[in-house]
Design a protein around this ligand. Structure first.
Ligand code: COA
Length: 162
């Protein structure tokens, strides 16, 4: 028997308008995961003053199960996914992976982005495994001790020199 619960259905991403704001603010990670990600309230506050930030509600089975945010400048070949969380009650169902696949598809569809970067606490085993399975290659720690990893779109390999 498969011990892993099956996700209720496909995941889609929606911009966080007033329709989704309350639900996004009501979901959270477990207390032991709080050090790995900003609260959704903080992220939405940040997004209000950063015109390059793209906050997205992760929807599955008609409800909000998670949140992510990426940043992309119009002329830059690089995007950064810097927030990803799935509500503690909905983790382990494949939503995190599905949300990442969806955002990579959304970014690829923009047409001009060649490289997607992410960063995470090197002690965050779940994030590390998830991103590794998607093909992200670790490039080293930044000045804050966060691991940087990157994926070249369409080639499943690390971003080369630009
Ligand atoms: C990281 C996170 C988004 C994963 O979401 P999720 O919906 O539970 O993940 P999925 O069910 O899609 O699992 C996808 C893969 O991630 C990895 N993974 C997920 N949870 C894991 C865990 N507890 N331990 C190790 N690997 C894990 C696995 O490789 C898994 O695939 P597999 O089960 O086929 O091996 C979720 O744990 C979370 O919100 N954590 C708190 C916030 C956070 O750390 N965000 C990342 C900041 S960069």
């Amino acid at each position: 028997m498969n011990p892993r619960p099956i996700a209720a259905g496909p995941v889609c991403l929606k911009p966080v308008t007033d329709v989704y704001r309350k639900d996004v603010l009501s979901i959270d990670v477990s207390p032991d995961q709080a050090r790995f990600v900003a609260t959704n309230a903080e992220s939405l506050r940040e997004a209000r003053t950063d015109e390059e930030a793209r906050p997205r509600a992760v929807i599955a089975g008609g409800r909000v199960v998670g949140f992510l945010m990426y940043s992309m400048a119009p002329d830059e070949p690089e995007a950064i996914v810097y927030r990803l969380m799935i509500d503690r009650r909905d983790q382990g169902k494949g939503y995190g992976m599905a949300a990442m696949r969806a955002v990579l598809g959304e970014i690829a569809a923009l047409g001009h982005v060649r490289c997607v970067k992410i960063c995470y606490d090197p002690e965050n085993a779940a994030a590390r495994r998830l991103y590794g399975k998607l093909g992200f290659a670790e490039t080293g720690l930044d000045e804050d001790g966060e691991m940087i990893a990157e994926l070249r779109l369409g080639a499943d390999r690390a971003c080369g020199p630009r």
